[in-house]
Design a protein around this ligand. Sequence first.
Ligand SMILES: C[S@@+](CC[C@H](N)C(=O)[O-])C[C@H]1O[C@@H](n2cnc3c(N)ncnc32)[C@H](O)[C@@H]1O
Length: 540
Amino acid sequence: MPRLHFKGRALVENHHLTVPFHELRAVPEPGLSTTPSLHDNLVVHGDNLAALKALQPTLYRQVRCIYIDPPYNTGNENWVYNDNVNSPMMREWLGKTVDRDDLTRHDKWCCMMLPRLKLLRELLRDDGAIFVSIDDNEVHHLRALMDEVFGEDNFVATVIWQKIFSPKNTARHFSQDHDFILVYARDAERWTPNKLRRSEAAKSRYKNPDADPRGPWASSDLTARNYYSKGTYEVTSPSGKTFKPSIGNYFRVSPENFAELEKDGRIWWGAKGRSMPRLKRFLSEVQEGVVPQTLWPWRDVGHTQAAKKELVALADFERSEDVFDTVKPTTLIRRILEIATDEDSIVLDSFAGSGTTAHAVLAQNKQDGSRRRFVLIECEDYADSLTAERVRRAARGVPSSGDEGLREGLGGAFSYFELGGPMREESLLDAGNLPTYEALAGYIFFTATGEELRPAEMDRSRSLIGSTHSTDVFLVYEPDVERLKLLALDLAFAKALPPANGRKRVVFAPTKYLDECFLNRYEVEFCQLPFEIYRVVADS
Ligand SMILES: C[S@@+](CC[C@H](N)C(=O)[O-])C[C@H]1O[C@@H](n2cnc3c(N)ncnc32)[C@H](O)[C@@H]1O
C-alpha cells in the first residue's frame, strides 16, 4: 500500500508509544456528578494526545463510536502544532500559528494527526467505528493516514454532509456546500451499522390508491439491467396491452414468479391498468429500518446555521463574532449515534469544541431511554466555560428558554478532569509531582498486565492493587516524599504475603531490603520505582 510521506514523519511514527502517561485529576466544581469518576460521562481539559494516553487504562478497547472534528487546516483557524517531539526541526515548529503562509502546514497537520489516530484506534472495540469530519483542505491526506492506521480494508464510506442550505454566490469558483465524514471500522468484518428509522417523509411516500386491504404500498421497478436469462418474456396487462423490458433490461423475476405475484395482487399496472408493470411493496412488510446512505442532506441532519443557533441558545456570547465558529448540529451527531451505537455504548470526541457530541448523546439518551456515555477532550481554556458549560445547561435545562425541550433539560451528569503532570521516570518521585496512590496504581496495573485496575479489588492494607489469573501486583507507595524515603519491600512485607501457590507476586516499591536469595525464597519479583513504572509483567 502506498504511504503518505511528509516532513517530520519519521519523528512522529512511534510518538504515540513514547507519550508518557499523565495523571487525570478530578475537579469536582465544573462537573455535575457528586462523586467524580473516570467511569462517568467525562469532560477532560487537556491536549488530546496526552489525554488519550491517560485514558487508556480505563478505555482501552472500550469505545464503540469515535466522532472527531479536528482543525480542517484551512489556514484561518490559528491552530498550533505543539507536540513535544524531541527534534530541532520540530522545536522550530512549536508555538507558531499554522496559517496559510506556512509552507509546511500540511506536514504539521499530518504530524499532529498520525499519533492521535493511532491512540484512538487503541481505544476502539472490535465492533467499533470512527467518523472524522473534514473538508477538501486535508481530506486526501486524512484518507491516506486512516488507510495506514485503520487498514484500507476497514474503510467504510465517505459521507457527504450538505452543510449549507443556500449556495454562496460570492464564491470565487464553486460554492462549497458540503463537508466530508470519513468512516472506518476497527474491523469492517465485525462492524455492522444500525439501520436508520424510516423518516415520516419516507413513510408518506407509501399510498393506497387501490384500497388494498394490506395497507399503504409503494411500487418499484420490476426490470433491471443485470442480465437474467429468464427475464426476457412478454406480459399482458388487464387492459390487453403487452409489455417487454426495454432493450438491455430484464425482468427481475421469472415468468412463473411473475404469475404468482400477479395472482397475489402484487403487480401494479398503473391507475388505468395499462402501464408497464411494477411491484407493490407494502409498508407493513418492508424492514423497519433503512440502510444508511452516503449523502446526508441538511434537511435530514441539519446545517451549520442551525448548529450555531443551537449553540447560542446554550452559551453566553456577547457578540456575533465571538460565537464558536466550527460547531456542528446535534442532529448530525445523532445520525452518527443512530448508525454506530447501541443503548450503553461509549462515545468519544477528542476534539470537543463546544461539546456538541455530549449534547447529542444526552438528547439521544433522553429520546430512547438509553445509557450511552460520552468522553470529551478539549485543550483550550474554554473546556469549562464553553464545552462543559454547554453540557451543564443542556443537562439541567435553561429555564428562560422558549424551547420546551431546552427548558426542561435533558438530564444526565458528568465528571470533569484536568490533565495532570506526566509520570516520567525521572521526575515521578519529585516532591510536588507525586501522583495519588490510586492514579499510580491504575497506570502500573494497566501497563504491567494490560488490564484495567478494579478499585474494588484493591487491598491497601496489604498493598495489593490487583490480580490477573496468574499474577498478584503490589504497590508500596505513598504520595509523600518523606514517607517515600522510608518505604521499601522488606522482610516483614515478604513474610506477610500469603503462600504463592504457583502464582507470581510482583511488588513495585521505591527500594528493597532483601537480596535475591530472599526474593526467591518468598517468590517475589521486585520492580523499582520510578524506573520500572512501565514494566510489563509477562503472564505465565
Ligand atoms: C473544529 S473544532 C470542533 C467543533 C465541535 N465538533 C463542535 O461541534 O463544537 C476543533 C476543536 O478541537 C480542539 N483541539 C484542537 N487541537 C486539539 C488538541 N490537540 N487537543 C484537544 N483539543 C484540540 C480545538 O480547540 C477546537 O475546539
